[in-house]
Design a protein around this ligand. Sequence first.
Ligand code: AMP
Ligand code: ZN
Length: 113
Amino acid sequence: MSCVFCDIANGRAPAAVEYEDDRVVAFNDINPAAPVHILIVPKKHIPTIADVSEEDEPLIGHLIRIARKLASERRLEGYKLIFNSGEKGGQIIFHLHLHLLGGWDRKPSTVSI
Ligand code: AMP
Ligand code: ZN
C-alpha cells in the first residue's frame, strides 16, 4: 500500500524538511493553514491516534517535544498542536501526524484543517 508520508520519511518523495532524526521527520505543510504550518511525522507507519499502542507512547511524547523545539526556534509566542483523527475528525492522510500551527499576530478566530 502506498503512503505519501512513508515516501517522504524514506526520502522517496520530496518535502520541505525542517527537522529529521531517527524517529521523526518534520516538514512544511503543502497547503498551509497558518503562517507557520509544520507536520511532525513519525517514520513508523501508524494510521491514526486510535492505532497508537502502549509501546508507541514515548514516540508521541517525542513528536510533541520536537513540535515544541520547532516552535521555540521560530520564536512562536503561542501555537496550536492538532491531531486530526479519523475521517470524521478531518483526517485526510492516514499516517499519523501532528500539526504545528502558529505565527499569527493575534489570537486566530478559527483555524480549519
Ligand atoms: P490531515 O487532514 O490531518 O490528514 O492533514 C493532512 C495534511 O497534509 C494537510 O494539511 C495537507 O495539506 C498536507 N499534505 C498532504 N500532502 C502533502 C505533501 N506531499 N507534503 C506536505 N504536506 C502535505
Ligand atoms: Zn505511512
